[in-house]
Design a protein around this ligand. Structure first.
Ligand SMILES: Nc1ncnc2c1ncn2[C@@H]1O[C@H](COP(=O)(O)OP(=O)(O)OP(=O)(O)O)[C@@H](O)[C@H]1O
Ligand SMILES: [Mg+2]
Length: 278
């Protein structure tokens, strides 16, 4: 097992934690012909925390989450789930573990109403008939448990929703299926200020419910607001990962644009700050 570089002299990522992280990636490689999309990627993703996955365009962020989701199985490397090695070869393998992904394009159907979108492909049936009442209740209670209150009716077509509301429906759909890890690719990219706030709060709520969240974002405001941990990819390599307190904007920009940073975080309190992996 190799350790990975960490910024500003902090201890390397691979230590011996009391409880294994929910998800650990070790040495993942993924090539598309001559393109090395992922090179020896290591990452630990703990439960109850938001991990921001950062990197410039083409760094490999989407490929990495597609690897975890079973869309692009890795060429080599290991994936551990709750400390045990697993093989994620297809999307059904990742959903069986409790991994649900909200992709950049959301994959919602505009012409269907909210409840139909939330159960798309996993409709509940009884004696061959759709259990409409059942599904409506489950959809409504998931939305309200996430405090998504701006949606007026779950019978509203998705085409009539705002960007933030759509994102909320996509997230609610992802968490409805016994999720342990929710992955979001650029959830706030197309959103205005108020809608972004709504989605950021939703992400925080998921983590406070004990779910692990991986969020890809180019918006460093969002990242520093919501992330407990930060991981930076540069040309397919994981060049830094650790608690968000070990990073600041300038370090993140250095890492994203050059793969390295010589800066260090000015820590107000001397002992212990940012040192623990938790
Ligand atoms: N299906 C594919 N076939 C071939 N090459 C691919 C494929 N998917 C991704 N790549 C390549 O892998 C590299 C990483 O792409 P990826 O989509 O992961 O970038 P990203 O970090 O998500 O960028 P962005 O911020 O622009 O979304 C790129 O060089 C891309 O061209
Ligand atoms: Mg991408």
């Amino acid at each position: 097992m190799s350790t990975q570089p960490s910024v500003n002299g902090a201890p390397p990522e691979v230590t011996a934690p009391a409880e294994p992280p929910l998800l650990s990636l070790r040495g993942l490689d993924k090539n598309f012909g001559p393109v090395q999309a992922l090179v020896g990627v290591n990452l630990d993703v703990p439960a109850g925390k938001v991990t921001a996955l950062l990197g410039d365009n083409g760094a490999g962020k989407s490929v990495l989450i597609k690897t975890i989701s079973g869309i692009h199985p890795p060429d080599s490397g290991e994936i551990f789930w709750e400390g045990r090695p697993v093989h994620i070869r297809a999307p059904k393998d990742s959903t069986a573990l409790g991994i649900n992904t909200v992709y950049q394009d959301l994959a919602l159907c505009d012409n269907l109403v909210i409840v139909q979108n939330m159960f798309l492909g996993r409709e509940r049936r009884q004696l061959g008939l759709l259990s409409e009442d059942d599904m409506e209740k489950a959809a409504a209670s998931t939305l309200s448990s996430l405090s998504v209150t701006t949606v007026r009716s779950i019978r509203q077509p998705v085409a009539s929703l705002s960007g933030g509301q759509r994102q909320s429906v996509a997230v609610a759909r992802a968490v409805m299926w016994n999720s342990k890890l929710v992955i979001m690719d650029e959830p706030t990219a197309a959103l205005g200020v108020a809608q972004t706030k709504m989605v950021v709060e939703l992400i925080e709520r998921l983590a406070s419910r004990g779910l692990a969240v991986i969020v890809i974002s180019h918006n460093l405001n969002d990242v520093f607001e919501v992330a407990d941990r930060i991981a930076v990819l540069y040309l397919g390599r994981m060049v830094a990962s650790g608690p968000a307190s070990e990073f600041n904007r300038q370090i993140v920009v250095d890492l994203m644009t050059t793969g390295a940073s010589s800066r260090s975080v000015q820590v107000a309190t001397s002992a212990g700050a940012g040192g623990s992996e938790g």
